[in-house]
Design a protein around this ligand. Sequence first.
Ligand code: GNR
Ligand code: NI
Length: 172
Amino acid sequence: MSVKKILTEPNKLLRQISKSVDKVGDAERTLMDDMLDTMYDAPGIGLAAIQIGVPKRIIVMDLGRDEDNKEPRYFVNPVIKNKNEEKAKYEEGCLSVPDQFAEIERPNSCEVEYLDYNGKKQVLKADGLLATCIQHEMDHLEGILFIDYLSKLKKSMIIKKLSKIKVKREIF
Ligand code: GNR
Ligand code: NI
């Protein structure tokens, strides 16, 4: 188990479309363990594999964030079914868009089909923060970030800020 480096915008890898997993084997489970370590360390409530540079359709999540009572969730090859027409707004953040937050509107509930840690097929009904987080993570698998939903001006301001921070990090 190890903590990996999280890629941040702007980075072309984050725009890549992730590939389906053929089989949930030991390599995938090791990846999921590392993703979870990385997510808890950050800390965050969800992480897609591409955020640590691996273009596989794998997501980990833990909404609890209670140190002593971890409730990790693993989603391999997730597919969203039955998005609710009703929308909900949440203040979203992203570990790949550090220190930036914005209200994003998404379907307020959905169903997701996926393979679990052991490769078993599962279906989950999600609402509230869980539904928001699943949709945010699913977007990562398509190379989409929450800032893509903002106006061009807001998005470009955020990318400009993040680019400046990157340049500073390279100097020091
Ligand atoms: O840690 C995270 N918090 C969060 C809050 C509101 C909506 C989505 C998220 S996901 C984010 C972690 C992350 O970047 N996952 O891709
Ligand atoms: Ni994110």
